[in-house]
Design a protein around this ligand. Sequence first.
Ligand code: L34
Length: 283
Amino acid sequence: MSMIIDGKAVSAKVKENVRDEIAELKKKGITAGLAVIIVGDDPASKVYVRNKKLACEFCGIDSYEYALPAETTQDELISLVKKLNADERVDGILCQLPLPEHIDEKAVIDNISPDKDVDAFHPVNVGRIMIGDYRFLPCTPAGVMELIASTGVEVKGKECVVVGRSNIVGKPMAMLLLHNSGTVTVCHSKTKDLAEHCRKADILVAAVGVPKLITGDMIKDGAVVIDVGVNRLENGKLCGDVDFESAKEKASYITPVPGGVGPMTIAMLMKNTLAAAKMKAAE
Ligand code: L34
C-alpha cells in the first residue's frame, strides 16, 4: 500500500511562496507579467491555460491572454511573439502546445526571447539545463522533483527510470535526476523489455502519453512512482500512464491523475515568471 502524493497541496505551497515574493517586489515598484498564447480551441489546452491564469491571479502576477483562432498563420504568431519580446510589462511568454499542424512549433519557440522563455523550451535554455544552469526550471520536470522531495526520499544514488524521451518532459527530467545524482535510465517506445527496466527503479517517472502503460507488476516494492501522463479517455475521464489501482499496491509513494503533476507544472511556471521578473529588475 502506498502514500498518495498530494500535488495540489505541494503546488499550493509553491504558489504561496511565489505570492509572498511577488508582494515584496510590488513594494519596490516591481510587477511581474506573464503572456499566455493559445492558438485554436483544443479543449484540454483551454483548461490548462485557464488554470495558469487562475494561478497568476492567486500569485499577484499580471496575466495577458492571447487566444488566437486556429487559422492563425505562423508569421502572425511569430509577429505576436516578437511584440511580446519587446513588451516591458511582459516578463514571461508561454505559447501553449500543441500548436495547429500548419505551424512549426520549433520556429515559434526559437523566436521567444530566452530571457522570457518561462517554459525553458528555447534551445539556449535547453542548453543551460544540460550544464546545470537553471535560470528557468523546465516546469513539469521541476514539478516532479518537488513532488519527489515532498516524500523525503533522496534521489542521490537511486535507480531512476524515466519512461518517455520528449523534449518537454523525458529529456529534461532525466537531466534533473542526473544533476541530483540519480542513476538514470531513459526508456522509450523502442526499449526492449520495458517491464524489466521499470522493475529496477527506486524512482519511476512515466511520461509517455499511453494510458495505464505501467502496471503494478512492473513496479518494484517500495518505489516512488510519478505519473506525468494526462490522457483523456473516451468517457471524458482523465487517466495517467500508470495503472493507479495495481501500482498503488507496490509503490511507497504515488501521484494521482488528476491532482498530481499537473498542478505542479503550473506552480513551477509561476516560480519561473517570478524569476524572470527578478532578472529584469536586476538588469
Ligand atoms: N507551452 N505547453 C506549454 N507549456 C506547458 O507547460 C504545457 N503543458 C503540457 C501541455 N502543453 C504545454 C501544460 O501546461 C501539459 N500541461 C498541463 C498543465 C496543467 C495541467 C495538466 C497539464 C492540469 O492542470 N492538470 C490537472 C487537471 C486538469 C483537467 O481537469 O484537465 C491535474 O490535476 O492534473
